[in-house]
Design a protein around this ligand. Structure first.
Ligand code: ZN
Ligand code: ZN
Length: 120
């Protein structure tokens, strides 16, 4: 009668698990696509700290306060407060998110100061 519904075809727990690799390949393609998309947003060849700094300080210029989005994020750059690009503390204390204009401004001033101090 109704017993046929619960035939031997349906036996939960007995089915052996398929290989994980085959199972995840479908998902990982999606994941990879997502990762590519998000890394393209921030810039694939950008310095690894850029993303961190954007995460910590937000998508805005620390100087002029300009807001950024996916469309113009490439104009937002990470400035090193002490000028040492190898000083990248994970807490972001040496980073400042600056738009290209403010960053330019910051560095021209910086260089000028350095030139002047080299003069003496
Ligand atoms: Zn700015
Ligand atoms: Zn800088």
């Amino acid at each position: 009668m109704a017993r046929t519904r619960f035939g031997p075809r349906r036996r939960p727990g007995i089915r052996p698990k398929p290989k994980k690799a085959g199972e995840s390949s479908g998902e990982s393609a999606k994941e990879i696509a997502n990762r590519l998309k998000s890394s393209a947003t921030v810039g694939n060849n950008a310095a690894p700290y850029r993303r961190q700094s954007l995460d910590i300080h937000g998508w805005l210029c620390a100087k002029c306060g300009m807001d950024f989005n996916e469309n113009n994020l490439h104009l937002l750059t990470v400035h090193h407060r002490d000028g040492n690009h190898r000083n990248n503390p994970p807490d972001g204390s040496n980073w400042e998110n600056l738009c290209v204009h403010c960053h330019d401004d910051e560095h021209s001033r910086d260089m000028l100061g350095r030139y002047l101090s080299d003069e003496r």
